[in-house]
Write a protein that binds this ligand. Structure first.
Ligand code: PLP
Length: 383
């Protein structure tokens, strides 16, 4: 059987054993509804409240500012649509946001701000777009495709100067495993998180909404989460999420160092072995200065191949990678991120994203190094 090298941590991460251990009691003997009053309910509420403390430690906020959701998508929707509902006005986001932000921004009639050739938000264009009636500005902490890190704290300052009434939202779904969020996010008032990108279970996440942020709920019901997110809590998921957060905080420094070294090894090897391959976000293809990128992300553009065909061959050789963004059907779509960065379509057609994470080993990198150049050569020979 072919060995598996899972290099798609930006899509989802394997569940950390400590997260599974934290969940198991809530799939068995512990089952309370945290909204109740008796001891079984109180035990569940305690688990949810402890999880709130973990999110607060990760983001640098008060536990009472955490709203548990079903994941990053719901958190992004609640941030953009919830603030807009409470305080209608102009909404802005970068052109490279995840669809979970772009969709809601389009829904409320908002517009996008350009990025430079390396994927960094254009701060001058943002400042020029801000008006007194701007209500939400959404700038992701790190991009899910190319891994570019955004200067969110600087964005928050610019917004405070030009549109003091606006709320700054940052989708930190991809950044949370890697970067210290309090420094990165400055005083952004809204922060989205997703458990399954950091070694926790799928289907749970959080929106941090700092005190004073105008916010209306998306769904009405039992009034859980301070009326902001009705619905019985996913206690098992929340407990697993909290455990994953604790693991991230405990091991982040060494994980970042180890994974960055593996990513660099993979990058150097592939750039040396594949003629014409370019690392996206370095500005090579667009002339922009290189941007900071996440330590686990390697995004390449390979001229002369189609992403889909390359991913197929990699998959056959046991290497799980991805391209721009896969829609729900699994088909590859043209990347709005690469288009916004000005990457020529001929290069973008051959884009591949390899994302490393907490389980990645040298053997995974060696496997990718062994099969990737051969797959490219096979495809190029066939055209
Ligand atoms: N935001 C970003 C940047 C993401 O990468 C993702 C998932 O790919 C999401 C939001 C959506 O998160 P979830 O899968 O928890 O809904």
């Amino acid at each position: 059987m072919t060995r598996l090298a899972y290099l798609d941590h930006a899509a989802t991460t394997p569940l950390r054993p400590e997260a599974r251990d934290a969940m198991l009691p809530w799939l068995g003997e512990r089952f309370g509804n945290p909204s109740g009053d008796h001891q079984v309910a109180r035990e569940a509420r305690k688990a949810v409240d402890e999880a709130r403390d973990a999110v607060a430690d990760l983001v640098g906020c008060q536990p009472g500012e955490v709203v548990f959701t079903s994941g990053g998508t719901e958190a992004d929707n609640l941030a953009v649509r919830g603030v807009h509902a409470a305080r209608p006005g102009a909404v802005l986001c970068t052109a490279i946001e995840h669809e979970a932000v772009l969709g809601p921004v389009r829904h409320v009639g908002g517009r996008t701000v350009p990025v430079d050739g390396a994927g960094r938000v254009d701060i001058d264009a943002l400042a020029a777009a801000l008006t007194p009636d701007t209500t939400v500005v959404s700038v992701m902490a790190a991009n899910n495709e190319v891994g570019v890190v955004q200067p969110v704290a600087e964005v928050a300052e610019v917004v405070r100067r030009h549109a003091p009434g606006a709320s700054v939202h940052s989708d930190a779904v991809q950044a949370a495993a890697w970067l210290p969020l309090p420094e990165l996010l400055g005083d952004a008032g809204l922060v989205s998180l997703s458990s399954h990108k950091i070694g926790g279970p799928q289907g749970v996440g959080a929106l941090v909404a700092r005190r004073g942020t105008p916010l209306r709920p998306l769904a009405l019901g039992g009034g859980q989460e301070r009326d902001l997110r009705s619905g019985t809590h996913n206690v098992a998921g929340i407990a697993g999420f909290a455990s994953a957060i604790r693991a991230v905080l405990a091991h982040r420094t060494e994980t970042v160092e180890r994974v960055r070294a593996l990513r660099d090894l993979l990058r150097d090897g592939l750039l040396a072995a594949v003629d014409g391959a370019i690392e996206t976000g370095t500005g090579t293809e667009t002339g922009a200065a290189a941007a900071e990128r996440l330590p686990g992300t390697l995004h390449l553009c390979v001229p002369g191949v189609e992403s889909e065909a390359l991913l197929f061959l990699l998959d056959q050789a046991g290497v799980c990678a991805s391209a721009a963004s896969a829609c729900a059907s699994g088909a590859q779509q043209a990347s709005h991120v690469l288009a916004a960065m000005g990457v020529p379509p001929a290069l973008g057609h051959g884009s591949v994203r390899l994302t490393l994470g907490w389980t990645t080993t040298r053997a995974d990198v060696d496997q990718a190094l062994a099969v990737f150049p051969a797959a490219v050569a096979q495809l190029r020979a066939a055209t």
